[in-house]
Design a protein around this ligand. Structure first.
Ligand code: MN
Length: 255
């Protein structure tokens, strides 16, 4: 069984190259990653145009650049490229945090989610800064440490781990917290401007989120200088609401 590595910052990103080399100490690694940056593409897949795979040079690690999204990459690898299902999917190392509600926008997390959907244990790894000089070697060592534990201990089906590593000097990282998803509130201001043709345009993003610092959450752990490891599952059903809805009398008889 091999380890499949993907990301959303694109195959040329430093994070995926350092990650692939660190995981190669555990098992055979295959890299299938987007041929360009695809951050914040969420769980999009490509249905209406052809997908291409091109060999990419990454030392002696087999690597392919794909013309699609991270989810496309995992589907192509598992369904078309690899002879045998991988034992693990690892996505990252992303330049920028994927905490709380970010996970639904994140291409990094979606790559891991696609692994979970296809029945492969999966881990998404991010560093909480988008800047330069990120501590990729340390993050990759932790990713390999966690990957080894996942391979040894196994994993419930259709689940994944979302890992965030605080961007701060390594000696000030205080440990590892197992967390739940927290909440990030993005300020609602949107830049509204006018283009040279006098037509209005809107610009989202660039705002610093306001983290809700509840105990036990990933956003709180990062604030406290801890690595957060959050188990996620693909079943988004809200079971208590399901029970309540059954009492709403939505039958067609009352239409
Ligand atoms: Mn990214």
């Amino acid at each position: 069984m091999s380890i499949l590595v993907t990301n959303d910052d694109g195959i040329q990103a430093e994070g995926i190259q350092v990650l692939a080399r660190a995981l190669a100490s555990l098992d055979d690694v295959v890299v299938v990653a987007p041929d360009r940056p695809r951050s914040a593409c969420g769980h999009a897949i490509t249905l209406h145009k052809p997908l291409r795979l091109a060999r990419y040079r990454m030392g002696d690690i087999p690597a392919y650049a794909a013309s699609g999204t991270p989810a496309d990459c995992v589907i192509l690898a598992v369904r078309a490229l690899l002879k045998e299902k991988p034992g693990l999917v690892v996505s990252g190392i992303n330049a920028g945090s994927n905490l709380g509600t970010d996970v639904t926008y994140s291409g990094t997390v979606s790559g891991a989610m696609e692994g979970a959907i296809l029945g492969v244990p999966a881990v998404a790894v991010s560093i909480t800064s988008g800047g330069d000089n990120l501590a990729y070697p340390f993050a990759a060592r932790f990713a390999a440490h966690l990957a080894r534990a996942v391979l040894e201990r196994g994993f419930p089906p259709h689940s994944l781990l979302n890992v965030n590593i605080p961007h701060r000097p390594q000696e000030t990282i205080r440990g590892v917290a197992v967390t739940r998803l927290g909440e990030r509130r993005y300020p609602s201001e949107i830049s509204i401007r006018e283009d040279p043709n006098g037509r209005t345009y809107y610009w989202l993003g660039g705002n610093v989120p306001e983290d809700v610092l509840d105990e036990g959450t990933d956003v709180k752990a990062i604030q406290d200088g801890l690595i957060s490891v959050t188990p996620l599952k693909m079943d988004l059903t809200e079971y208590p609401l399901l029970s309540r809805l059954e009492g709403w009398n939505l039958s067609l008889d009352s239409l």
